[in-house]
Ligand binder design. Sequence first.
Ligand code: UFG
Length: 337
Amino acid sequence: MSDLSRAPRVLVVGGAGYIGSHMVKYLDKKGAEITVLDNLSTGHRDLITAGKFIEGDLGDTELLDSIFEEGNIDVVMHFAASSLVGESVADPLKYYVNNVSRTANLLSAMQHRGIKNFIFSSTAAVYGEPDTLPITETTRTNPTNPYGATKLAVERMLKDCDAGFGLKSICLRYFNACGADESAIIGERHQPETHLIPLVLQVAAGRREHISVFGNDYETKDGTCLRDYIHVNDLAQAHYLAMNELLDGADSSIYNLGNSTGFSVRQVIDQVRLVTNEKINVIDAPRRVGDPAVLVADSAKARQELGWQPQYESLAVMIESAWAWHQRDFSEISENN
Ligand code: UFG
């Protein structure tokens, strides 16, 4: 627990999104006082299970000032971002505006009110195509798309804000987030969906004809890309620990969050077959531009310094939790929430 003698007051920006909504649920279980800010551009109102909800945008500087004016925020967790790699290549300015400039608005409002604790959702995309594996926090950063570049730009901005006015931040570089809370009340609901596990589960659920495997000639054991999958509640646990570190006066830092095990696209599909007992039609397709062959994290630093202990390390468990969520009847949920 942190040094605060009362429940921490946390602003979760992007708390209606996939990872943000799991964070809100986790914080609620831990007794935190939560405020959620989300513009619902990609998030869903019904994924917010706790706290006070403010519908609004990081472009609204007056709103930001009013949120912090009340003096009731100890720490900000920032999940709101545009996060489609392909889209970022086609429309880079959307990413520089949403991910960099709007984060500057948020930090500026925090500076104005003297709020000094910030937790940032960063990504493995800051590393690009790494020279060495597994990837540690000191591996050279070299993003290969605007999405990764904007996340790295924010990391740099945070470093400058620490030097300039003492903002303390923890940047968490996620590898491949997946899974859903055991309750199956919240889960991954992107529109459009581009991620492997939810797409394969949509095939299993009969909502999609087939899964395309992007590339079968990579230099990996079965020719398909290897990724490091990490359960969304394990990400939430890491944020919670990071928050307590900051509230205890820790210095700014950066951590990788992954399981340090690589699973190939084919292994993921095979595991979905086992979990669901459904037939999965697979089509071999060309490589997707910008996909590195292997992305596997070394997360020893988070384990050692934060005391992070992932609870959902098996791929089967991660997929089972996502499958429970995917089996819900989404027709009951209207487009707008
Ligand atoms: N894949 C397929 N078919 C699909 C979708 C994905 O074969 O229909 C493959 C991809 O080529 C990749 C693997 O499955 O090899 C995983 O792809 P995802 O799209 O699920 O995830 P990424 O590894 O591309 O992306 C993740 C995060 C991004 C982040 C990136 C870091 O979702 O936010 O890691 O490189 F930028």
